[in-house]
Unconditional design. Structure first.
Length: 301
C-alpha cells in the first residue's frame, strides 16, 4: 500500500485484511470499525492529519477526550486495542516501520462485581416453570442444573448424554480452550435430571436422534438465545424485578457456595477459571454478606 494513501484507503485496506486474512467475525470487524471511525474523526478535526503521522501525544489527547465524554475504562481499553491492531497492520503493509503506540498502557479496567440473585430469588426462578408440561419440566431441570453446577450457558446447552454420570453425581464439561473438567451435580439436580431423562426427553426427541441433553420442542439442541428468552419469561413469572442475565445463575452459584464455606481453589476448578484471580471477584460479593452478619451479630459490630 502506498505511503500517500488517505485515511479512508488505509481503513478500507485494514477491514479487508481483517475479513479476508484474519477471518474475523463480522461483529468483531464492526467493533474495530466503530472504534477507528471515532479515532479518525478526532484526528482529522481541524488539521486533517493523516493517521500514519500521529504521535503518542495525539493518541493520549484522543483517549482523554473519550474519558471526558464518559467512556468507561473497559471501553477505552478496547478502543486502544483496536488502534494498536490497526497500526500493526500499517507495519505489515509497509506504511510504517514501527507502532508508535506499542508501549501505551491499557487503562486499569473497572472490576465490576457480578450481579447475584438471593437464595429466595433462585428458588422462585427454579420453581416458576409449570412442570406438568414437558417443556416446563425441561426448563425446571435446566435451571436446577445450572444453579447446581455454575456452568456457563454455552457449556450447559452443549452437554451430551455421555457427559453425565448420575450414579457418581457429576458431569464432564468441555470448557474454554477445550479444557475438560468434572463438576459435581448435587442430589437435587441428580433427581430432577433422572426424571427429565426418563420421562421428558424421550417426548421431546420425537423421531429425531440427538446426543444433546437439553432439547427444544422440535427435538433439536437448545440454543443460548433460547435460554435467554426463557430466563426473561420466568423472571417475569416469578416476580423478579432485578436485571438477570444468562450468567447470573453462574455468579449466584459461586457466591452462595463461597458463603457456605467452600474454598476458593475448589470453586475455581468447578467454574473452569484458568486464573484464580478471576474467581476472587466473588469473594468481594460474598464478603459483603459476611460484613452484614458481622455488623448484626458482633457485640462491637
Amino acid at each position: 500500500m502506498k505511503a500517500g494513501a488517505t485515511n479512508q484507503m488505509l481503513l478500507d485496506g485494514f477491514y479487508t485484511y481483517m475479513v479476508a486474512e484474519r477471518r474475523l467475525a463480522p461483529n468483531t470487524v464492526e467493533s474495530y470499525g466503530r472504534d477507528l471511525a471515532r479515532y479518525c474523526t478526532f484526528i482529522e478535526q481541524g488539521r486533517m492529519q493523516p493517521v500514519r503521522s500521529c504521535t503518542r501525544a495525539d493518541l493520549l489527547r484522543f483517549l482523554s477526550a473519550e474519558q471526558a465524554n464518559g467512556l468507561s475504562a473497559r471501553s477505552i481499553s478496547r478502543m486502544l486495542s483496536s488502534i494498536k491492531t490497526f497500526y500493526n497492520y500499517l507495519i505489515i503493509e509497509g506504511v510504517l516501520e514501527q507502532n508508535p503506540f506499542q508501549d501505551v498502557q491499557t487503562p486499569q479496567r473497572d472490576r465490576r462485581l457480578p450481579g447475584v440473585m438471593t437464595r429466595d430469588e433462585v428458588e422462585a426462578l427454579i420453581n416458576a416453570p409449570n412442570t406438568e408440561s414437558p417443556l416446563g419440566f425441561r426448563d425446571r431441570t435446566f435451571f436446577e442444573v445450572l444453579y447446581a453446577t455454575g456452568l456457563r450457558v454455552s457449556e450447559l446447552v452443549g452437554l451430551r448424554m455421555d457427559n453425565l454420570n448420575l450414579d457418581a453425581g457429576f458431569v464432564i464439561v468441555m470448557g474454554k480452550g477445550s479444557k475438560e473438567r468434572i463438576v459435581p451435580l448435587g442430589e437435587a439436580a441428580v433427581d430432577v435430571l433422572r426424571a427429565y431423562l426418563t420421562q421428558v426427553r424421550p417426548v421431546l426427541m420425537k423421531r429425531s436422534v440427538n446426543s444433546r441433553v437439553f432439547l427444544n420442542r422440535e427435538g433439536l439442541p437448545m440454543s443460548r438465545q433460547g435460554f435467554w428468552k426463557l430466563i426473561k419469561k420466568y423472571c417475569l413469572a416469578a416476580g423478579i424485578t432485578k436485571k438477570i442475565s444468562p450468567h447470573t445463575l453462574r455468579h449466584s452459584f459461586a457466591t452462595h457456595i463461597l458463603e457456605g464455606g467452600a474454598d476458593l481453589r475448589s470453586v475455581q476448578m468447578m467454574l473452569g477459571h484458568s486464573d484464580i484471580a478471576t474467581t476472587q471477584i466473588y469473594t468481594h460479593v460474598a464478603g459483603s454478606t459476611l460484613k452484614k452478619i458481622h455488623d448484626t451479630y458482633h457485640p462491637r459490630g
